[in-house]
Design a protein around this ligand. Sequence first.
Ligand SMILES: [Zn+2]
Length: 121
Amino acid sequence: MHELSIASRVVELAAEHCRAAAADRVAAVTLRIGRLACVHEDALRFSFDLVREGTPLASAILRVIEVPVTVWCPACGTEQTLPGIQHFACPACGTLTGDIRAGKELDLDSIELETEETAAS
Ligand SMILES: [Zn+2]
């Protein structure tokens, strides 16, 4: 299961970051996932819940930013955002294009850490 390895890597990276910063726990992690990254958010959340047990991410919030697919349209000379992933054609003029500029992302956007001091205040 593809999502399980992604979740493990996210938890690993965030936990490492937490240790390096001498923080107590991870409050939240934000991922940027392109619509073409073939990641199922439900499966990812399920996997995340499995792998984070006993880590500094045990109570962390998982946020997912979905990145739409953007293609370059040679006819319009601009980047266009596709409304779906069924047709790789410019939504403005209908020109077919496979020149994908965004939508394959699978990035760890941010990690929010928490220490006892900030939690108490
Ligand atoms: Zn166009």
